[in-house]
Design a protein around this ligand. Structure first.
Ligand code: SF4
Ligand SMILES: [Zn+2]
Length: 364
């Protein structure tokens, strides 16, 4: 069943209002947050990558009156009004950070640029600043990951990027979250349809860019079991489209989101780490050696993140992280804990008592 227009409008306005409240705590800054991760390259080798969070103008979709995705808190950490000078200096500052880290991590050979929005949106990150980053890092690393919404995957933006870097080096990540349009519309407020995602993936492939898909595990209004079905169905669709890597992103509670409001009202909890493990295993089985699967949950084991019983959470976190950088499937078989029995019972009970939640459609 689809939401009627009036319901949909009220829903998105509500999300927008929640985000406006959280803006009160937002501060202007010029920080480039960065960290090092293990990395599996497209060619099968392993090494290290550096992730940069750039202080751009933030996601335009999140800043619109409808408030953006119902689970996302990222853009509230951005400065929103960075000066032109700050944006123009980003490439040089990132290079400087990269060179320093390279001394500590000699196998550093990949860079991920997160903007809490879309790297390919010229309003958020001006074309000159984008070109500067791509050109400089083309010389420094063998792989670059950027993120974008589907609407910026256009011939114009891809043509511009291609003028400044070898596209074969670039993986463009899209937060599609789900290929079930009803879940994306009614639970995630995503504003992406499967049709748009399919078009974007095709265009990226035509221009020679790699594609990575993000899957959101356990959106609001969706039962744990439906979340498992949906994540696996989404991965299947992505693999069919030729997506080369998939990141499983279990929900955590971000401040100022509709998800937080439901969490506080005890109407939502993040997924179990068992669900994260099961989905990760299944996707790796579906995609095999050729598919890189990343599953490194944010806030794992914490109150606002995906959790198990408390005793096994740390081990789950470590193993999933190690799997993400090595792709060693056997690692995922090493996780065991008595809480599996409770997990199985609770997932079944929730399904019997409340059904699937927002959508009962399943191809699983
Ligand atoms: S998930 Fe991405 S598209 Fe959605 S509001 Fe957050 S940054 Fe914007
Ligand atoms: Zn446990």
């Amino acid at each position: 069943m689809r939401a009627n227009n009036e319901d949909a409008k009220a829903y998105t306005e509500y999300i927008g209002k929640l985000r406006v409240i959280s803006d009160a705590t937002r501060t202007e800054h010029d920080k480039i947050i960065n960290w090092i991760d293990g990395h599996k390259f497209k060619d099968g080798s392993t090494g290290s990558s550096i992730a940069f969070v750039l202080p751009t103008r933030a996601c335009k979709y999140a800043r619109a009156s409808h408030g953006g995705c119902s689970f996302c808190t990222l853009p509230t950490d951005n400065p929103w009004s960075p000066s032109d000078e700050l944006l123009a200096a980003l490439a040089d500052r990132c290079v400087e950070i990269f060179r320093r880290k390279k001394e500590e991590f000699p196998d550093l050979a990949a860079a991920k640029f997160y903007t809490s929005g879309s790297f390919l949106d010229p309003w958020e990150l001006p074309l000159d600043a984008r070109a500067d980053i791509l050109e400089k890092f083309d010389q420094l690393v063998k792989e670059i990951v950027i993120e974008t919404r589907c609407e910026y995957v256009t011939r114009k933006q891809l043509g511009h990027a291609k003028d400044h870097i070898n596209p074969d080096k670039v993986i463009v990540a899209i937060g599609q979250e789900s290929t079930n349009d009803e879940i994306n519309e009614r639970a995630n407020n995503k504003g992406h349809s499967l049709k748009q995602f399919t078009r974007a993936v095709g265009l990226l492939q035509e221009y020679g860019f790699g594609v990575k898909g993000y899957i959101l595990l356990k959106p609001i209004f969706v039962s744990e079991q439906m979340a498992l079905f949906d994540a696996i169905n989404t991965a299947r669709d992505m693999i069919d489209l030729g997506v080369g890597s998939i990141s499983v992103n279990p929900c955590y509670i971000g401040k100022g989101t509709l998800m937080e409001k439901l969490f506080k009202e005890r109407a939502y909890t993040p997924p179990w780490l068992w669900s994260v493990l099961d989905v990760t295993r299944k996707i790796k089985e579906l995609g095999g050696e050729d598919l890189i699967v990343i599953s490194d949950p944010v806030a794992a084991g914490q109150d606002r993140g995906p959790r198990n019983c408390g005793k096994c959470d740390k081990r789950f976190r470590e193993v999933l992280k190690e799997f993400s950088s090595t792709q060693e499937y056997e690692l995922l078989k090493t996780l065991e804990c008595d809480c599996r029995v409770s997990y199985d019972a609770i997932v079944r009970m929730e399904h019997l008592a409340f059904g699937n939640g927002v959508s009962s459609v399943s191809k699983h």
